[in-house]
Ligand binder design. Sequence first.
Ligand code: SAH
Length: 367
Amino acid sequence: MDDERSPLEMEIRRLIGIAGPMPVAEYMRLCLTHPQYGYYVTRDPFGARGDFTTAPEISQMFGELVGLWLASVWQLLRAPENMRVIELGPGRGTMLADALRAVRTVPGFQAAIVLHLVEISPALKKEQERRLEPLGVPMLWHSSIEDVPAGPCLIVGNEFIDTLPVHQAVKQDDGWHERVVDVAADGNLAIVAARDPLPHFEATLPSGLRLSPAGSIYEWRADGVALEIGRRVREGGAALLIDYGHAWYGLGETLQAVSGHAYADPLRSPGQVDLTAHVDFAGLAQAAESMGSRVHGPVAQRDWLRRLGIDQRAAALKAHTPYGKTIDIDQALSRLTASGAKGMGDLFKAMAIADPKLKSLPGFEPS
Ligand code: SAH
């Protein structure tokens, strides 16, 4: 039996044996970022043979429009020098490579920026260096956004927040209990309710959720990253976060595992499958605003891409693509913008957090 268990599962069982059941958030954190066995630490999860794909990997158009956004906001900020362009979780570096290539000709932009890449995966750092080196822009890596030097900044993150650990609580007759991972009677890992209720938890919930029926599940993330982004951008900065999630708070569990482009059981093979959970954009906005920044959106990814001109960009690319290959561009466009389960247009959302002096930002103008 032990042979089938991943090394991280053995470690998690050991930790539960010593310290007792662990919150779902701690389990998720270990699965993704354990320094030896964490999912992101040990592999490059992208591409057709990997576990999942992301918008910048689907089409260069995505990164190009992010580049346009960055250069436009830099100009709105009156084109400061030594602009820190910070990417949270850059994956293979594809988005920034496409972004900076697309805005090479914006006078002064490339010369004004230093890239700060926040990444924990050694394998992905190498890949980022390989893709971004040819651009000739200075680059530095950090393992946390807190380590990036203070000053004017443009922050971007695509599918980063969804990887940050989520806590879960379940409502019972005597109050809300944190959901924890334990070893069940059958010997397998299972999610159960912690024995004691969370003190005063109900009062911290959005008011519409306070009288939820027994059995309801509520998910939340620690505010640290949102607060840090809000603090950094409030004077002379802006952040663009694109992710999948809900624009308004709600109940329900969204933790999911993906392996080989299919859903998997989050408790099986810890460290070997990707774990993510929906982003609560309302919660993110509230934390960022509490630091004195202004939030724009969220808007559906489809609307954001259209307002930045994805249809025109697709048409321009097609004009330079041999007949017979243009279908790839149409398919990518559809995947990025379509509604429903097949497309990313509605489920994915873009939100900006910025210096309150910036009244309006590209892609977030009221329609
Ligand atoms: N933005 C990329 C990759 C998204 S996957 C894209 O859209 O393709 C999530 C990325 O965040 C990966 O690069 C992963 O290694 C990184 N990551 C996950 N958790 C992290 C953490 N706690 N700190 C820093 N980077 C993290």
